[in-house]
Write a protein that binds this ligand. Structure first.
Ligand code: ATP
Ligand code: MG
Length: 578
């Protein structure tokens, strides 16, 4: 491709709304274009990289035995009502009506549609197992679209669904997808970790997230250097320490004026935060028309609440849990903002973290302005409606498997695999008959890759202050061929020859033949980030060119033949990406 004919518009300025490097660089390099918040279009170069990622995904899915299909983005509400997710998916589901007031949504994911498709055709064990996938545009009306392609409202996902007779079959399908995902992300040049994950709104029993490691990632990962434990912070279990049996001291109310936070009360009373109880107050909606309930959650003062664990314990969708309005909750339950403790509450569900049960003589709010209770003990002084682990595992906390201190890292979730089991096949009645004509629900798995998010994650991991540094396998072009002076015929002839030879050999070359100053061309070459740059300049008459890798600082002057040979070799070895 010749740059002079290309629809290429790079920006010098950093777009105001872009907070992270991948977003800035994809906009500045003219690869993507924002239409409206969370909705992006792909321009020629961005589109080429996108297609390459899609093809890597497609090749690895096909190699794993999955079959590609393409379903509609428009889905009828009835299917979502059948699975129970018309309500449970909440405000992220992009709903619409047709002219006859019939409800539809734009698919955020396709469990219902695939289950519906399969139940129409499959009735016998002989038709199982199989795996169907698509690469298709998804819609989620995200509360906070941000970071460009990383959290958008319209995005491209590869979603695959496996259909098996039993758990053993599912285990194999799951492993095949897990292995295929590793190949996909290796080929895309990502540094990532596969970690155990929560199953969230999709449901099911077992799941792994693939997280591209990055400081700007929204997923928090906890892992252990001493053993194999690696999980999302949402999922990670917290193993409580064994408590020494201390004597229970008499409960006592003490005046603690103005101490509305754990820090303040600990300092005022001269105790450490692990001797305090922290209260967190929520409103919970348990159904579409139900009145909200109040829930008071208690954890040790030095711990952080893991909201996912709370949501799972309550068995409600995540949008159904909100922080309570304290004055309304005070009227209803007797809680007192900043001074709420587990004693003295009424008409409210009390959930207590497991760790508090054995801990002795703690300090908690007295449900009275300016007062706390000391020597508070579970059982004697208060009881719970539910006792459950609610803690977020943090850097240095003991590993739930081996007890060594855990580490924390951040990542961008680029893919997730789930064992769904029979959640959808039961609710939507997708059954098969076995050899003895006995009916069983089909055992399902589902497997997503954020294709557009992967593109952004690649840029996030591969860039410097001048621009993108594409891995060969997903670069829009392999080579940027820069002709320094467009008026020099020797240069034109040599650049043309290199272009033809490389192109014939299957190398993707962009020839920068624009009538621009060399400085502009080099700046754009760095910004666009194709892996190899060949510069045809003053020494063209001696058949000499400059060969430079985008990831290295210096160029090497070499004979044209040598530059072509090195290019062919690099493209050949790096194209596979692993
Ligand atoms: P997140 O926790 O980031 O909201 P999710 O767990 O809800 O994502 P899944 O339902 O597992 O997402 O979707 C499969 C994949 O689709 C994700 O692993 C991610 O790569 C991608 N994805 C999900 N939501 C978005 C989005 N809003 N924008 C871009 N990609 C997304
Ligand atoms: Mg996910």
């Amino acid at each position: 491709m010749k740059a002079s004919n290309m629809y290429l518009h790079t920006l010098r300025e950093v777009p105001a709304e872009a907070e992270i490097s991948s977003h800035v660089l994809l906009l500045r390099s003219g690869m993507i274009r924002k239409l409206v918040s969370g909705v992006y279009g792909f321009l020629p170069l961005g589109h080429r990289s996108l297609r390459k990622i899609e093809n890597i995904v497609r090749q690895e899915m096909d190699a794993a035995g999955a079959q590609e299909i393409l379903m509609s983005a428009v889905q009828p509400a009835e299917l979502w009502q059948e699975s129970g997710r018309w309500y449970a998916y909440g405000p992220e589901l992009w709903r619409l009506k047709d002219r006859n007031e019939r409800d539809f949504c734009l698919g955020p994911t396709h469990e219902e549609v695939f289950t519906d498709t399969v139940r129409q055709n499959v009735s016998s064990y002989r038709q199982l197992p199989f795996n169907l996938y698509q690469i298709q545009t998804k819609y989620r009306d995200e509360a906070r679209p941000r970071f460009g392609l990383i959290r958008s409202r319209e995005f491209i996902m590869k979603d695959a669904y496996s259909f098996d007779r039993d758990e053993a079959g599912l285990a194999k399908s799951y492993q095949d997808m897990y292995d295929a995902y590793k190949k996909v992300f290796d080929r895309c040049g990502l540094t990532y970790r596969a970690v155990e994950a929560d199953t969230g709104a999709i449901g099911g029993s077992n799941s792994h997230e693939f997280c591209a490691l990055s400081e700007v990632g929204e997923s928090e990962i906890v892992y252990c250097d001493s053993c194999d434990m690696a999980a999302t912070a949402e999922r990670a279990e917290f193993k409580d320490a064994v408590m020494l049996q201390a004597e229970e001291l008499p409960l006592q109310e003490v005046e603690t004026p103005g101490t509305k936070t754990i820090d303040a009360v600990a300092e005022y009373l001269g105790i450490s935060k692990d001797q305090t109880i922290k209260a967190l107050l929520f409103t919970v909606y348990r159904g579409e028309d139900a009145k909200p309930d109040y829930v008071a959650v208690f954890i040790r003062g030095d711990r952080q609440l893991n909201k996912t664990k709370l949501i799972n314990a309550l068995n409600v969708p995540d949008f159904a849990v909100e922080f309570a309005d304290e004055s309304a909750m005070h009227e209803a339950t007797g809680c007192v903002g900043g001074f709420t403790g587990p004693t003295g509450l009424h008409d409210c569900m009390i959930i207590v973290d497991t760790e508090l049960v054995a801990a002795k003589n703690l300090c908690a709010g007295a449900c009275r302005e300016g007062y706390h209770l000391i020597n508070v003990n579970y059982g004697r002084d208060y009881k719970a409606d539910l006792i459950v682990d609610l803690k977020l595992l943090q850097e240095g906390d003991p590993c739930p498997v081996c007890g060594e201190p855990v580490r924390v890292a951040r990542g961008i979730e680029v893919g997730q695999v789930f064992k769904l089991g029979t959640k959808y096949s039961e609710s939507m009645h997708a059954y098969y008959k076995d050899e003895n004509m006995q009916e069983h629900p089909i055992v399902m798995g589902c497997y997503g890759i954020g294709v557009t998010r992967t593109l952004a994650a690649v840029v996030e991991q591969h860039h410097d202050e001048d621009g993108i540094i594409w891995p060969m396998a997903v670069a829009p072009y392999h080579v940027m061929l820069v002709q320094v002076n467009m008026k020099d015929e020797t240069q034109t002839a040599l650049a043309g020859r290199i272009y033809d030879e490389l192109t014939k050999a299957g190398v993707e070359v962009c020839l920068d033949d624009r009538d621009e100053r060399p400085g502009v061309k080099f700046k754009d070459a760095d910004l666009l980030g194709f892996p190899i740059r060949i510069t045809v300049g003053k020494k063209a008459g001696d058949n000499l060119v400059e060969f430079k890798l985008r990831r290295e600082k210096e160029y090497i002057e070499m004979q044209t033949g040598e530059a072509i040979a090195q290019t062919l070799e690099r493209v050949r070895t790096e194209e596979r990406g692993y």
